[in-house]
Write a protein that binds this ligand. Structure first.
Ligand code: SF4
Length: 81
């Protein structure tokens, strides 16, 4: 968890190809795959630019990005699988 950004991941439905695609799409390298699980590099979370690329790729509800400074949460939509 970062100071300004907290990212949570629901692992359900995270097929290997999808996990890899999410790792690749993030421009600031927030995601990684460890032991076949999609994780965040917590020390990197505050670098999130809120570009929403991961949110468009991940199925609805799988990734949640909370802005701790205003308690707003962005949720993945899967609109560009
Ligand atoms: S919104 Fe953009 S910068 Fe933030 S985690 Fe997703 S892909 Fe990375």
């Amino acid at each position: 968890m970062g100071v300004f950004i907290e990212i949570t991941i629901d692992q359900q439905g995270a097929a290997p190809e999808l996990r890899d695609a999410i790792v690749r799409v993030c421009p600031v390298d927030i995601f990684a795959v460890e032991a076949a699980t999609l994780v965040t590099r917590e020390e990197q979370e505050d670098e999130c630019t809120l570009c929403a690329l991961c949110l468009r790729l991940a199925p609805p509800g799988m990734i949640r990005i909370r802005k701790t400074y205003c308690d707003e949460t962005l949720v993945s939509t899967g609109e560009h699988p």
